[in-house]
Each structure stands twice: as structure tokens, then as C-alpha cells.
Write a protein of this length. Structure first.
Length: 164
């Protein structure tokens, strides 16, 4: 492991500590400095997204996830998190696009970790757009006992019931 990498990890820990005590402004300032020094490091933007998310600044959070995606477009977590933020803003088409990318990446990596939740959110986004057939189709890939918080606590059964 390189010394620069070790220093970066230490700095990120310190920044998280600042955020944990609510000093978001200083944490973001330090992340901006890190971004200048490490312009190809997606994790800096992931940290920014987490801090902006804590502050409920959805626009900034989406911008941070977008930058992380620009730097590392093969990480399903980044698309999943940005999709959730788009969903929160009722930007359902953008959310559907991100959740579709998550599903594609899960297939590429042969990993189901985000697949069920991505189908669930995508089904709910389709439902909100009145695309009931697509919502029902996505639900076919979701466990029957699946439940999560979208804009309220939702179950697969809730989504299917609203598709009528």
C-alpha cells in the first residue's frame, strides 16, 4: 500500500469524524481539497454524497453520486443510491434508468446483492408513472416478503394491489 493511499485513508477518517459531530461545512471543504489532490478518486464523491444526504440536500447528493459514477461507472451501489435520490424527487424516469443500470451491472457481475431492491424501486417508479404492466413485471423479480421504505413503507403486495 502506498503512503499516499494511507494518507488519503487517514484524511477520509478525519473527515468522517467531522461529519459525525455535525461539522458538515468543514468536512465538505476538506473533501473539496482532497478532490483537487486525487481527481480520479470516486470515494471522495461518495463521502460528499453521504454528507449532503445527511443535510437533506438532494440536489447536491445527486450531483455527488453523478461525479462518482463518472469516475467509476461499473459500481452498482452508486447508481442504486442516485436512483433512490431521483425517486425522492419524483424524477421517476431518471430513477428507472439508474435502477435499470443496477440490474444490468448485477447481471454483469453475477451478483444479486442490489438486484431485488433495484427491481422493487423500479417497480414502484413504474407504478408512479402509471406503467402498471412494467411494475407487475418488475415485481416478478422481487421476493414476496420484500418491504422497504420508498417514500413510505411499501411491500411487494402494496405495489401489485395498486397496479389494478
Amino acid at each position: 500500500m502506498s503512503n499516499n493511499h494511507d494518507n488519503q485513508i487517514d484524511e477520509m477518517r478525519g473527515i468522517r469524524d467531522l461529519a459525525d459531530i455535525g461539522n458538515y461545512e468543514e468536512a465538505l471543504r476538506l473533501l473539496d481539497e482532497l478532490a483537487v489532490r486525487y481527481p480520479r478518486e470516486a470515494k471522495i464523491w461518495v463521502e460528499r454524497a453521504a454528507i449532503n444526504g445527511r443535510q437533506k440536500d438532494i440536489g447536491a447528493t445527486i450531483a455527488d453520486w453523478t461525479k462518482a459514477i463518472e469516475l467509476c461507472d461499473k459500481e452498482p451501489h452508486y447508481f442504486y443510491m442516485r436512483g433512490i435520490e431521483f425517486f425522492a424527487l419524483s424524477q421517476y424516469r431518471s430513477a428507472i434508468s439508474d435502477f435499470t443500470k443496477v440490474i444490468e451491472l448485477c447481471d454483469f457481475y453475477n451478483s444479486d446483492y442490489y438486484k431485488g431492491p433495484a427491481y422493487f424501486f423500479r417497480a414502484d417508479a413504474h407504478l408512479r408513472l402509471g406503467c402498471f404492466e412494467q411494475a407487475r413485471s418488475d415485481c416478478m423479480h422481487v421476493r414476496d416478503d420484500m418491504r422497504t421504505w420508498t417514500d413510505k413503507l411499501r411491500t411487494k403486495a402494496d405495489i401489485l394491489a395498486e397496479c389494478s
